[in-house]
Design a protein around this ligand. Structure first.
Ligand code: HEM
Length: 465
């Protein structure tokens, strides 16, 4: 157990010390910022009516557009264009936004010898992700990979490749992505959400403001993952009280204890900051949009009044809550950049663009989520746009434009857990507090490998009468 705790803290250490100065090295850049890269193979065209006119199109459309035809920051030997991203490491999303404004929706970049395409064009992104290999490969976060190798540990989903990855992914796919398997999670998470409010009460100052809210929300989501970890040790030691998730992992004869330990640690790595930061953004958006907050509270009250208790079906049917979560992730995608490695050369139908094996693509999710050409009042918090009854079939909300959990076989394995954690957390908070903004603090999202709301989230938790 001591050894296991050491792993957790070592893991937390590397995670927190990941900052954007690491971008100086191409490999760390690819591992830290693009987090997830995979290979590709076949095609499909999207039907989005998006503005891609500012791509550096050649007059002769029969000749494919190549990387060399595109515009981008000046490239220098060894560093390539990485210096551009290091200019303001804590505002990387804005640096990228400015690059897209300057060079267009496909930006030419270079990291060491690797040609890279920065893509803010959903049509192109859709075609690339739909070409994915059945077993996509992706670079793993380098410091974590080196640590695993030094400890002779097998690695989890983030760090495994090929059939190794497939074996591990198969072992957890049904328990983590299938809705019915999530029911047991609700019971644990509801208890943790109750504690969250008691905890927030103890941290509030006389203005109902919680100093360093980001950290406290982090503890809330960490608690959930740590709980899972404790469940695992119980299960391995044959003690009662284990969850179906951990029991199903240890009863899987294809997984060693080392596999399971690494997989759970990587859930911690992938799940804690992403979820807590998203919750922070959501609370701020609700505090600064009282009408939306009231609408969501009405939905929450309705569910509580029904007295039927919380089950997965009920939570999934809370349409406004789900729309609020989607809209938060459109405006503030935790992974504001995600990527794919190109394994085979191809030319896309969208914009007739040529990609070669070995190229790297980076999807600029923050820019696509806020693109004025795509979204009505793109900078505003309008959850209604994700309501299927209110949006048109050709709305970007119904297309592959905002994909905060990634896409395909290598998409986020913790998506359902994250959605439930966010739902239960916000339901509990809205049933107890009226959120208002705190005018003594400004709101400034900061990039620290992920997009975060910063240390101080200007929200006041006024007891709801
Ligand atoms: C709001 C919360 C979250 C967001 C926005 C998020 C986002 C993402 C994204 C964009 C990817 C890459 C997908 C791709 O490349 O197509 C990913 C992968 C991953 N996420 Fe999440 N995530 C969240 C929560 C979680 C949670 C709660 C867990 C664990 C319980 C988790 C574990 C993972 C793992 C293990 C991978 C790698 C999957 C693989 O390679 O097979 N994530 N996540």
């Amino acid at each position: 157990m001591k050894q296991k705790n050491f792993h957790i803290w070592y893991f937390a250490e590397i995670y927190f010390h990941f900052n954007c100065s690491a971008l100086a090295s191409k490999s760390i850049f690819l591992n830290c910022i693009c987090m997830l890269l995979s290979k590709s193979s076949q095609s499909l065209t999207g039907t989005l009516s998006v503005n891609t006119e500012d791509l550096s199109a050649k007059p002769d459309v029969k000749t494919p557009i190549t990387w060399g035809d595109l515009k981008g920051p000046r490239s220098f030997p060894i560093v390539g264009t990485a210096y551009k991203l290091m200019a303001k490491p804590d505002q990387l999303h804005m640096v990228i936004d400015d690059m897209v404004k300057e060079y267009g929706k496909v930006v030419k970049m270079k990291f060491g010898p690797t040609r890279s395409f920065g893509i803010a064009c959903p049509k192109l992104m859709e075609e690339i992700v739909r070409r994915e290999d059945p077993i996509p490969t992706r670079d793993a976060p380098l410091p974590w990979l080196e640590y695993l190798q030094s400890q002779k540990l097998p690695g989890g989903l983030l760090t495994s490749q090929g059939t190794e990855w497939e074996r591990k992914r198969q072992a957890v796919r049904s328990v983590m992505l299938k809705p019915f398997a999530m029911q047991d999670f609700i019971v644990n998470q509801s208890a943790i959400s109750n504690d969250l409010c008691t905890y927030l009460d103890s941290k509030k100052d006389e203005h109902n403001f919680v100093d360093n809210l980001s950290f406290h929300l982090y503890r809330f989501t960490f608690e959930d993952r740590y709980f899972t970890e404790k469940m695992l040790s119980k299960a391995i030691e044959g003690k009662p009280g284990s969850s179906p998730l951990t029991l199903s992992l240890i009863s899987n004869s294809k997984l060693s204890n080392g596999d399971i330990e690494c997989m759970l640690l990587e859930f911690l790595f992938g799940g804690v900051d992403t979820t807590s930061n998203t919750l922070g953004f959501l609370l701020y958006l609700l505090a600064s949009h009282p009408d939306k907050q009231e609408k969501l509270r009405a939905e929450v009250k309705e569910v509580i009044k029904s007295g039927n208790g919380l089950d997965l079906n009920t939570i999934q049917n809370m349409r406004y809550l789900n729309s609020c979560i989607k809209e938060t992730l459109r405006l503030y995608p935790a992974l504001f950049i995600n990527g794919r490695a190109i394994s085979q050369s191809f030319t896309t139908k969208a914009r007739n663009m040529e990609f070669k094996a070995g190229d790297n693509v980076m999807f600029f999710h923050y820019c696509m989520g806020r693109d004025k050409d795509l979204w009505y009042k793109s900078d505003q918090f309008i959850p209604e746009r994700f309501d299927r009854d209110l949006s048109d079939a050709d709305s970007p909300a119904r297309q592959l434009v905002s994909i905060p959990f990634g896409f395909g076989t290598r998409g986020c394995i913790g998506k359902r857990i994250a959605e439930l954690t966010l739902s239960l957390g916000v339901m509990k908070i809205l049933s107890q507090y009226m959120l208002t903004t705190d005018d003594r603090h400004s709101f400034l999202p900061v990039t620290r490998a992920l997009l975060t709301p910063g240390q101080q989230i200007p929200v006041r938790f006024n007891k709801y009468q």
